[in-house]
Design a protein around this ligand. Sequence first.
Ligand code: ZN
Length: 197
Amino acid sequence: MEHAYKLNLVTQATAAFNCRTCTGQRADQWYHDMGLWIRRQARKHGVDVGQAMAGFAVLSTNSTVDLNMRNFTTWLEGKPVKHFGDVKRRLRLIKRGDINGGLSYKRGRKIVSFYGNLRYPRRPSETPTIDRHAARILFGVENDDAARLGKNLLAQKRGYAIAARVYRDVAREVGLRPHELQAITWCHLVNCKNEDS
Ligand SMILES: [Zn+2]
């Protein structure tokens, strides 16, 4: 299976590298750029950068990037944020300075990876953030069943680790960091749906 995953990821990477929107916006630098924005917001509100990034990661669950950014600034301003599950409890821990406590999930590798990618975008061997879009790409974006198959993969015990390894392997081949490859292929999927047609 992993060979098919790699081919599909290479296909999506090639489409993204040939996309004027993605290359023009340097979509591979998404984590770096978003990290700068979070740092600015943290400074503005006198919040520790690590705490701010952990809060941003925790708030990202089940929300779009735009909504996440809005919720994040609301949270920094000390106002109540609409939340899912135990986000509120996690945000409380993070605000108290317990970043690890706020980020500790039993099956939450996505949020922990997201935090790591934002905080250390220049580190070489980070685990990329594998969300449902990143998983879907491994089954081919033209495949109508890809969304369902991606979800199934992430539900498997080793699914996240397998997907992360595929991103790491292809990233090495194309000369990007794993989360940079994930960022540009993700951006192309989410933002440029009609670009190539
Ligand atoms: Zn694109």
